[in-house]
Design a protein around this ligand. Structure first.
Ligand SMILES: NC(=O)c1ccc[n+]([C@@H]2O[C@H](COP(=O)([O-])OP(=O)(O)OC[C@H]3O[C@@H](n4cnc5c(N)ncnc54)[C@H](O)[C@@H]3O)[C@@H](O)[C@H]2O)c1
Length: 449
């Protein structure tokens, strides 16, 4: 590898095109532009395109905090630019295509968006030959065998030779958008192409922005790493939940905190179940791609427990006799506007089905968005909490953590029960009439005998 592509990108001779300018695509553009690379993005969502071209405001909540650098000068200089016409991305001066579109729907892998983008790219590059074949890098998370099962057949159907007409590989993302220290720059990046040359070329491109690039043997190995690392987390978290179900009379939070002091054991916390794009989907990705899925019995069991956890929580609230329930948080993690597979979705659905009156509040989501996702109305925090007999805290938003205790307590007039997913109100001195539980403590799902 002679660094030619890197030089062309950094000199402005060549550009990077980005498909999907959400969290993944937008942050790629920002990081490459910061290193002097011109980026052009496209999104089917018009507002996202307009947003990229608007200096100093971003509809992607809190991403500026995570980026920790000012994107406005990069927009002003048009180093970052987005278009409504995807054909603008097919041009001789575009050498790299990064794909950051969603690859899940309703809690399961979903590949239609990827198929759409690749069909466009393959069709166009079949007709428009460029001096060098363009490099296509899938940043989205995909199932380990998707390239073999969908992408190669699609290329064949469209008469495109991968390795000749286009180069293709993956560079899955690991970013943690709530921690500015876990970014494209700081986290090691695993890359893999369909041949050695492509792998090295992806490494060269990713090396412009990432401190550490790790070249896998090929795309298959690079792809599965992402799912395996998250499947480990899902298994660990679900083991924490199973422990608290098996030992309901003991405080599993405390047990796991103490167990986590051993040098080779992580610290896990029981919860209402995993959420987000990555952790709950990872075991499914690993199972779908396996040659012998029947060997992965742990993953199957883990998924069953994890996905039924919100139902368990809902049933326990109803069994305890609560009828008016306020849920705090629709985001699966604090201060990130992502509701994908957040336990609130299944929890509110289940509670409604069991006849409870449920409202959901989240500072990052509008009333209309909450209604559309949960079929529930919203309420003000903290002043609207008086109407509920139970409060369930799902997301660890700063607003819930930083509101003065006195203001919270003043607004729990009718409340007799608080159930707290991650224990953020653990230190609140609640009046005696209110029973408080953190997920995993003794008796959180069933009253102690
Ligand atoms: N957000 C994370 O924390 C994170 C971390 C690691 C990996 N990922 C993975 O990255 C991928 C993207 O995630 P995200 O968080 O950026 O999602 P996102 O929803 O924020 O952004 C995706 C964007 O793609 C656009 N899009 C959909 N179909 C398109 C198409 N056919 N052409 C062009 N644009 C299209 C959407 O309008 C949206 O703006 C997913 O596979 C996800 O699993 C996400």
């Amino acid at each position: 590898m002679n660094g030619e592509l890197r030089k062309k990108l950094k000199s402005g001779e060549k550009k990077i095109a980005v498909w999907g300018v959400g969290y993944i695509g937008y942050s790629s553009m920002a990081y490459f532009a910061k290193e002097g690379v011109n980026c052009i993005g496209y999104d089917v969502h018009k507002e996202r395109v307009d947003n990229v071209n608007t200096e100093g405001s971003c509809v992607i909540k809190n991403i500026e905090f995570w980026l920790a650098f000012d994107v406005a000068p990069l927009v002003k200089s048009k180093r970052i630019f987005a278009t409504h016409n995807w054909k603008d991305l097919i041009s001789d001066d575009v050498a790299v295509h990064l794909i950051g579109i969603p690859t899940e729907k309703n809690g399961a892998p979903f590949n239609d968006h990827l198929k759409d983008v690749l069909t466009k790219l393959f069709t166009e590059y079949k007709q428009h030959k460029t001096s060098e074949p363009p490099l296509i890098v899938i940043e989205s998370t995909i199932t380990p065998n998707l390239i073999e099962d969908m992408v190669f057949p699609l290329a064949k159907e469209l008469d495109v030779s991968i390795g000749k007409d286009v180069l293709l590989g993956v560079a899955p993302r690991r970013d943690w958008f709530v921690s500015p220290d876990k970014t494209l720059k700081t986290l090691p990046r695993v890359v893999g192409g369909t041949d050695k040359y492509t792998t090295q070329l992806i490494g060269e491109v990713c090396g412009i922005i990432s401190n550490t690039v790790l070249e896998a043997t090929d795309h298959r190995h690079a792809c599965i790493v992402k799912s395996v690392e998250n499947a480990f987390r899902q298994l660990d978290i679900t083991f924490a939940n199973q422990l608290s179900l098996a030992y309901p009379h003991l405080n599993t939070v405390e047990i796991l905190k103490l167990a986590g002091t051993k040098w080779n054991v992580g610290t896990y916390h029981p919860s209402f179940g995993t959420g987000g794009y990555c952790i709950p989907l990872a075991p499914q990705y690993v199972l779908q791609g396996a040659k012998h899925p029947e060997k992965l019995t742990l993953l199957k069991e883990s998924l069953t427990t994890d996905f039924s956890q919100p139902q368990r929580v809902a049933k326990s609230l109803i069994d305890r006799g609560f009828k008016k329930i306020g849920i705090l948080g629709l985001a699966y993690v604090g201060d990130l506007k992502v509701s994908v597979l957040c336990p609130t979705l299944a929890l509110s659905r289940e509670l409604l089905a069991l006849g409870a009156e449920v409202k959901v509040q989240d500072p990052l989501f509008s009333a209309a968005e909450i209604k559309a996702e949960t079929n529930c109305d919203t309420f003000e925090f903290p002043t609207g909490m008086n109407e509920f007999d139970a409060i369930v805290i799902v997301s660890t938003h700063m607003q819930y953590k930083s509101t003065p205790h006195i203001e919270i307590i003043e607004n729990l007039e009718n409340c007799t029960f608080v159930l707290d997913n991650m224990g953020i109100w653990r230190d609140l001195e609640l009046p005696e009439k209110i029973e408080y539980h953190e997920a995993g403590d003794a008796g959180w799902l069933e009253s102690e005998e």
